[in-house]
Design a binder for this molecule. Structure first.
Ligand SMILES: *Cc1c(COP(=O)(O)O)cnc(C)c1O
Length: 548
């Protein structure tokens, strides 16, 4: 009987658990399964402890909330709530996306349209859309956008619009351009002192990251004793692409929480998480969230000590930090010069000012780069081997990227980087002086300004800025908005306009007393929900973007 495992003292009537008797009772009950079950239980609890020790309570609630939601989600009431949220989302998106009316082409037209008509339609739309980004109202998004630069990229890409680097024999010039891009990039990031650095162009930061993770997985399968439960240790500030990579490659993504003040990952926390099956550490230089650079040197030493990889995500910083350093600003070591760094991702389509769809993935050795390739020599279509995820690739983007790098040159990059840093310093100074209600978070000295507020709903302030035409990024954990500065923000008058708008908006929000409309409410709601229903909402959002 279960009650036998309790003692019932005569005076104190609260029963007391007698552990010895509990063990005897369990053993009698579960027989031979007892010890294995205890081991399993202890193992599970120790695992939880190790996991949440470096993540905190919020992640515990998130994970368990997800399991709970999975059990409860068939309930009609929950389904109804989700449905209601989806409808509200659709209504609010209808305006901003100008969802299709019946006149758009749903089927292939019976007869083709004439080229003037097509050019007219496209040109009208594009001219209208240019107004949004040209004036510098977007965070990130378009990074250069000056007409002469744009025209050159268009012209050169045009010449290669049907080219495909899958056939280097047909377009040998394209092969040359790709190796030039990789070489110019690596020379900026330690390739000058580490001659083994090599890489490939890809379609964007996400692909670069997926490929770097894949290469490390293949490397680990060949060189380390690992079973198929390999882990990657990822700071919470790292880009979502790392989770996509782990999802696709079936690796376990082990999150580490960052320091709430500095937003840097703590190397000791990372080291404590390493297990025999850990294959890769991740760091950002800088991260998208706050523009902060992780302590790459310390992480490199750890990666070296445990003989595992370290990927430095330099998607934002690759064509920014080297020039920032050359301009005399302090930039801590972050590239292949740091021992232990095995791969890097660098977005040429961000501060490399190339056309969209262009990035570079770099490796510390050719052997590791080979682990990125996919080979299938048995294919009926012939011997098959590709470096990246795609088969056929757009040569036009390689040509456009090459044109951007060669056209701007070092002096061009130095000039723009200097302008962006000056704009940032101006904004920081003005906000500190004129908008004391807003705090600049994390003090990262790169290209991102993160704004928070302890007194007001920062998303309401973001909404107010949206109404004035600004497209800022909404962040969470902690709640903040940010502006990722580009060349367009360095144009005359843009930073001044940002400040006057911000002053106005804060004044309004003060009066309205934390109104909760628009994006503010969407974020407010999603923050209070576990991840699973939010994912459903996001999927619904994606359906609308793709279909309507
Ligand atoms: C933009 C970015 C990425 C991913 O880039 P995509 O080109 O959008 O795939 C990865 N990491 C950081 C830090 C970024 O800013």
């Amino acid at each position: 009987m279960l009650c036998d495992v309790f003692d019932y003292p005569l005076i104190n009537n609260l029963p007391k658990l007698n552990v010895n008797r509990l063990v005897l009772w369990l053993r009698a009950k579960f027989g031979t399964y007892f010890y294995p079950a205890v081991c399993y239980l202890v193992w599970t609890v120790v695992g939880w402890y190790r996991k949440y020790r470096y993540l905190g309570f919020r992640y515990f609630v998130r994970d368990w909330g997800q399991s709970f939601y999975r059990i409860m989600s068939p309930l009609p009431w929950i389904q109804y709530q989700i449905h209601k949220e989806c409808l509200a989302l659709r209504k609010s998106l209808k305006q901003s996306f100008q969802l299709k009316d019946s006149s758009t082409a749903i089927q292939l037209p019976e007869e083709g349209a004439c080229s003037e008509e097509i050019i007219n339609t496209a040109s009208k739309a594009v001219t209208l859309e240019q107004n949004t980004w040209k004036s510098g109202y977007c965070s990130g998004c378009v990074y250069h956008g000056e007409p002469a630069h744009l025209q050159l990229l268009d012209k050169v890409s045009n010449m290669y619009s049907i080219s495909n680097p899958l056939h280097p024999d047909v377009w040998p010039s394209l092969r040359r351009m790709e190796s030039d891009i990789v070489s110019m990039t690596s020379q900026l990031l330690g390739g000058d002192v580490c001659p083994d650095v090599c890489g490939s162009t890809t379609s964007g930061g996400t692909e670069s990251i997926i490929l770097a993770v894949k290469a490390h997985r293949e490397w680990a399968l060949e060189n380390k004793v690992v079973d198929d439960s390999m882990q990657v240790i990822i700071p919470t500030t790292a880009h979502a692409a790392f989770f996509k990579a782990c999802d696709l490659l079936q690796l376990e993504a082990r999150l580490v929480e960052v320091d709430p003040i500095t937003q840097q990952v703590n190397p000791n926390d990372v080291e404590a998480m390493i297990e025999p099956n850990t294959i890769l550490l991740v760091a950002s230089a800088p991260n998208f969230h706050s523009g902060v650079i992780d302590p790459i040197e310390d992480l490199g030493a750890i990666a070296n000590k445990y003989h595992i990889g370290l990927h430095v995500d330099c998607c934002l910083g690759g064509f920014f930090l080297p020039f920032m350093r050359e301009l005399g600003h302090f930039v801590p070591p972050f590239d292949f010069r740091v021992t232990g760094v095995t791969s890097m991702s660098v977005d040429t389509h961000k501060y490399g000012y190339a056309p969209k769809g262009s990035s570079v993935v770099l490796f510390g050795s050719q052997k590791l780069r080979q682990d990125m390739y996919f080979c299938y020599p048995d294919w009926s279509g012939g011997l098959y081997c590709t470096p990246t995820l795609a088969g056929s690739r757009p040569g036009s983007l390689i040509a456009g990227c090459w044109a951007s790098l060669v056209y701007l040159g070092k002096s061009g990059y130095l000039k723009i980087t200097g302008e962006i840093i000056a704009t940032r310093e101006y904004l920081v100074q003005q906000i500190t002086q004129r908008v004391p209600e807003i705090s600049i978070l994390f003090g990262a000295p790169t290209m991102i300004i993160t704004l928070g507020s302890t007194d007001y709903n920062i998303y309401s302030i973001g909404d107010g800025m949206s109404q004035r035409g600004w497209h800022l990024n909404q962040l969470q954990h902690p709640n903040a908005i940010h502006l990722c500065l580009t060349r367009l923000h360095a144009q005359t008058g843009v930073a001044e306009k940002f400040i006057t708008d911000l002053v106005e908006v804060v004044g309004e929000v003060k009066l309205k007393d934390n109104s909760k409309t628009g994006k503010a409410s969407v974020y407010g709601m999603t923050q209070s929900l576990p991840d699973a229903p939010v994912s459903e909402l996001l999927k619904y959002y994606m359906d609308i973007v793709l279909d309507e």
